[in-house]
Design a protein. Structure first.
Length: 114
């Protein structure tokens, strides 16, 4: 059974930083799997934030380019999202997703507010 567990969310002031981490278990060949972070703000649809296959193949939503960085540690089966220069519009529940599957984490709240 695949499990994805997010950590690292919380409350931060505008301009601040947070680092989210997703720990994956129960999946084989993790290093070959597409991993992604999505987010869903109140009243809005879930949207792709960033995805990664290997360090040279990453993709970002236009709204986070230059501020967020996705990375992975295949030895630990983790994928991280470093979020810098956070804005109030980044407030959302962030979800970890195993690409091309129905597996999602439970989500973690990120709130950017003064």
């Amino acid at each position: 059974q695949v499990q994805l567990v997010e950590s690292g969310g919380g409350l931060v002031q505008p301009g601040g930083s947070l680092r989210l981490s997703c720990a994956a278990s129960g999946t084989v060949f993790f290093e070959r799997k597409l991993m992604a972070w999505y987010r869903q703000a109140p009243g809005k649809q879930r949207e792709l934030v960033a995805s990664i296959t290997d360090p040279d193949n990453t993709d970002y939503a236009d709204s986070v380019k230059g501020r967020f960085t996705i990375s992975r540690d295949n030895a630990k089966n983790t994928v991280d999202l470093q979020m810098n220069r956070l804005k109030p519009e980044d407030t959302a529940v962030y979800y970890c997703h195993l690409g091309y599957s129905t597996y999602w984490g439970r989500g973690i709240q990120v709130t950017v507010s003064s």
